[in-house]
Design a protein around this ligand. Structure first.
Ligand SMILES: *Cc1c(COP(=O)(O)O)cnc(C)c1O
Length: 392
């Protein structure tokens, strides 16, 4: 199949799948083997080749199928799939940072990234780190140094939904010879394709929208072959971040419906964000699809729709927020995002990254991942919980 000629939706269905040679089954099987039969002469074999089927920590059949699909969806040359999103992010940082390196990173990013870059890499390896608001291009331009190796952004960012301008930041990175790495988990390749905008590497937590069903963890990095090969050698062969073949198979099955799901998540979230914005008990709503979002124009430029995560706050203290969350019937209080069911998390003002958040987040916030239920059912659940919390 010529990947250039087929549409995104068609790739979601077909790419990486094939006819099983042994049985003729039209679904490739789950290969739960740790090892593969060696060639007759193994004397010159590279035992750590991450592209050859030898040992499942180095790579596995189901991993290879999924890599083929995800590379095609992001428009990248190659892909590495790992055990979690954090394994993918750590794989990037461990591969491209050394004791002389400087990295610029969004000050609002996934908590493990924050800890790796705020504490681990500077304290253990002396890596220079600048955390800043990557929605502000001037701040990035001022922060670049001759030894800047990576500019890492997360857009939309977790949990603030702040958006960074991928194309503009790619230009800054190129000018200093740094890699632009983009955590695009909140968008998925259906809504945003950073490589087309000039990024060098795209990172996903497959645990979220790409799998979409809340039943498997995984991570991926997509980009040029040379860069991905280096990550494969570090993150799988040396650091051991390999994914289980079963999880790779589950995620492969989840991706098939990605376009249908992302459309529904985005449509429902926009409707619910409008409902929240107009409700008198709501202190603030952050959703890239709202005209009131500070980077709405950038979001419109680089995303086709705005995905399913909304952050908001209530007019009330910690107790009121807790009462609200515990009064919900349909929406489940649990971490993670991008599942079929709606999920909500309340983070109080003691969050370690609270000082980086925009002013309106300082009182704590609710991160709400809008699921695939009927939007009106979700709105009715929010309404009755607001009432029970004493907010109308
Ligand atoms: C969840 C998440 C991660 C981490 O992924 P895991 O699969 O949980 O390790 C990284 N980045 C973002 C934006 C996330 O939401």
């Amino acid at each position: 199949m010529d990947q250039e000629k087929i549409a995104f939706r068609t790739k979601c269905v077909h790419t990486g799948n094939g006819i099983d040679k042994e049985t003729g089954s039209i679904r490739r099987p789950i290969t739960m083997a740790n090892s593969y039969r060696l060639p007759e002469d193994a004397s010159t074999l590279n035992w750590s080749d991450p592209n050859q089927l030898v040992y499942t920590r180095n790579t596995s059949a189901n991993q290879i199928y999924l890599q083929e699909k995800l590379a095609a969806l992001e428009g990248g040359e190659d892909c590495v799939v790992l055990g979690t999103g954090v394994a993918a992010l750590a794989g990037v940082f461990f591969t491209f940072l050394d004791q002389n390196a400087h990295i610029i990173c969004s000050n609002v990013s996934y908590v493990a990234v924050y800890r790796l870059l705020h504490e681990y890499f500077p304290d253990k390896y002396g890596v220079e780190v600048t955390l800043l608001d990557t929605a502000n291009l001037d701040e990035i331009k001022k922060a670049v140094r001759p030894n800047t190796k990576i500019i890492h952004i997360e857009t939309p960012g977790n949990p603030t939904t702040r958006v960074s301008d991928i194309a503009e930041i790619a230009k800054i990175a190129k000018a200093v010879g740094a890699l632009l790495t983009v955590d695009s988990t909140f968008a998925s390749p259906f809504l945003q394709r950073p490589l087309e905008l000039g990024a060098d590497l795209v990172i996903h937590s497959l645990t979220k929208y790409i799998n979409g069903h809340g039943d498997a963890m995984g991570g991926a990095v997509i980009g040029g072959k040379e860069l991905i090969d280096k990550i494969k050698r570090q993150a799988m062969v040396n650091l051991g971040g390999a994914i289980s073949p079963f999880n790779a198979w589950l995620i492969m099955r989840g991706v098939v419906t990605l376009p249908l799901r992302m459309k529904q998540h985005s449509e429902s979230a926009l409707k619910i964000a409008h409902f929240l914005e107009e409700h008198p008990a709501i202190a603030f709503v952050a959703y890239p699809g709202l005209a009131s979002h500070p980077q709405h124009e950038i979001a419109k430029k680089q995303m086709t729709m705005f995905s399913g995560v909304i952050s908001f706050g209530l007019k009330g203290d910690v107790n009121i927020h807790n009462k609200f969350v515990n009064s919900l019937n349909l929406i489940v209080p649990a971490v993670s995002i991008g599942h079929d069911e709606s999920l909500i998390v309340y983070t109080g003002p003691t969050d370690e990254r609270n000082h980086f958040y925009p002013e309106e987040f300082k009182n704590g916030h609710l991160r709400f991942s809008v699921g695939l239920e009927e939007a009106d059912d979700i709105i009715n659940d929010l309404k009755q919980a607001l009432k029970k919390a004493g907010l109308l």
